[in-house]
Design a protein around this ligand. Structure first.
Ligand code: ZN
Length: 148
């Protein structure tokens, strides 16, 4: 009779006929050592190339392994994992009184409200002097009250 063990079930690696496979990626062909990928995702030490690490991380995440465990097993930091496989993050809603609010009014083909016009004017003033909207000041309540 067998007893259940505490170790998680073995994650199946890539099903390939050969220990080395070529995988088409947007950047060209990647050469993947399937044995190294299989060892890495099951916790055995393995030296992986960047392409192999990405493939191993994909397989491990698909099988529900925690992101920190995956990062440790494939030898990349969690930020790299987040860059490779971004998680869905909630979007911040666009509010009136910002340049984005002004842009939303324009996208909806409606007249911008006063707060949005003032915020856009402030941001555009910054754009004319600096050539970018990056770092443009936001419209504050006191600026809005003095403008109105
Ligand atoms: Zn508005």
């Amino acid at each position: 009779m067998t007893t259940p063990t505490d170790t998680p079930a073995r994650i199946p690696g890539m099903r390939a006929a050969a220990p080395t496979v070529f995988v088409a990626t947007p950047k060209g062909l990647a050469i993947i050592d399937t044995v190294a990928v299989d060892r890495a995702i099951n916790g055995a030490p393995a030296a992986l190339t960047s392409d192999e690490a990405r493939m191993a991380a994909h397989l491990a995440l698909t099988h529900g392994l925690a992101r920190d465990v995956v990062a440790a097993r494939v030898g990349v930091c969690e930020r790299t994992l987040d860059r490779w496989f971004p998680t869905e993050k909630p979007r911040t809603p666009v509010v009136c009184g910002t340049r984005q609010g002004y842009d939303r009014h324009k996208r909806r083909k409606e007249d911008a409200c006063g707060r949005c016009k003032a915020a856009y004017a402030l941001a555009y003033r910054h754009y004319r002097t600096h050539g970018t909207y990056v770092g443009a000041p936001a419209l504050t309540d006191t600026e809005w009250e003095t403008a109105a």
